[in-house]
Design a protein around this ligand. Structure first.
Ligand SMILES: C[S@@+](CC[C@H](N)C(=O)[O-])C[C@H]1O[C@@H](n2cnc3c(N)ncnc32)[C@H](O)[C@@H]1O
Length: 281
């Protein structure tokens, strides 16, 4: 991407996350908390460790790390969306955590002295970064034997995809024929397989690169729970891009499908992540 194009991409991404920040991770199925906790469990983080969480959002990974490193460690979260950072700072204060801190910072322009951290994480955000340039810089900020770990989303190809097929079709149908979504809206597709994310880490110089996929089924309470969640994260790009009539149709028809999908446990949604982990030798 050219510099101007890259800036426009960033402005689109950050603008959307600033508008979503109050709801982000707080409504609906809360998959960020689930996968953030899962990631941190896989990493066996020692007490006293110093960690950096890039694109921390509302701190799904940051809070899980803060618990592991304890008061003798330190976790710094950075994010370019200032409303995300303000909300997360308020939550850190509310929980009284002395070992966690957040700052507004561009993940691509991150600059800490070499060997500052034992662990660097990035959840659901590598696709927003210029990662071919940024990953080697992050590697330098790790201590020897330090670990970098990222999770990126993928849509499992299973019966769940069949269940939600109507959503992909309906989303396409409310946009004019031939509509091409902006790069920011479809960025998660960029690095959504173990091969792609593993290669990104290997190319950045990480050793012992390991990838693993993990899926889980989470449940929306009802169609309103799903609607709030749609506005709280990446799908908001699409909702904001619809015409008023398109949005009205999208909501009405979605609610019809969702009522048919309701079970005693709620409305099921199966989600997946690819975890990639590499070490600095
Ligand atoms: C899908 S959210 C993930 C948040 C968090 N890691 C989680 O797992 O819930 C993506 C986050 O990336 C942030 N982001 C996007 N581009 C960024 C950049 N260039 N530098 C720092 N943060 C960025 C957004 O503001 C948003 O908070």
């Amino acid at each position: 991407m050219e510099t101007g194009e890259r800036q426009a991409f960033k402005d689109t991404v950050i603008g959307m996350f600033d508008r979503a920040a109050t709801l982000y991770g707080q409504v609906g199925i809360q998959q960020f908390t689930y996968f953030g906790n899962w990631l941190v469990e896989q990493l066996h983080v020692p007490a006293g460790a110093q960690a950096l969480d890039v694109a921390t959002g509302r701190g799904a990974i940051l809070f899980a790390l803060a618990e592991k490193v304890g008061t003798g460690g330190q976790v710094l979260g950075i994010d370019l969306a200032s409303t995300m950072v303000a909300e997360t700072a308020a939550e850190i204060a509310r929980r009284g955590l002395t070992q966690a801190e957040v700052r507004v910072m561009d993940g691509d322009a991150v600059s800490f002295p070499p060997e500052s951290f034992d662990l660097i994480t990035c959840g659901f955000a590598l696709h927003f970064l210029d990662y071919t340039r940024t990953l080697p810089k992050l590697r330098l900020m790790l201590r020897p034997e330090g670990v970098f770990a990222a999770i990126t989303p993928f849509v499992p190809r299973d019966e769940n995809l069949e269940r939600w097929q109507w959503l992909f079709k309906l989303t396409r149908d409310v946009f004019p024929e031939g509509f091409v979504p902006p790069a920011a809206w479809i960025a998660p597709n960029k690095i959504s397989t173990p091969e792609l994310i593993g290669a990104a880490l290997t190319d950045a110089g990480f050793k012992d690169v390991y990838t693993e996929s993990h899926t889980t089924t989470l449940y929306f309470k009802d169609e309103s729970d799903w609607w709030d969640w749609e506005w709280s994260q990446g799908s908001r790009f699409w909702l904001e891009g619809m015409s008023p009539e398109g949005l009205e149709r999208f909501k009405r028809e979605s609610f019809g499908h969702l009522r048919e999908m309701q079970t005693a446990d709620g409305i099921p949604s199966t989600m997946g992540v690819v975890l990639a982990r590499g070490e600095k030798h």
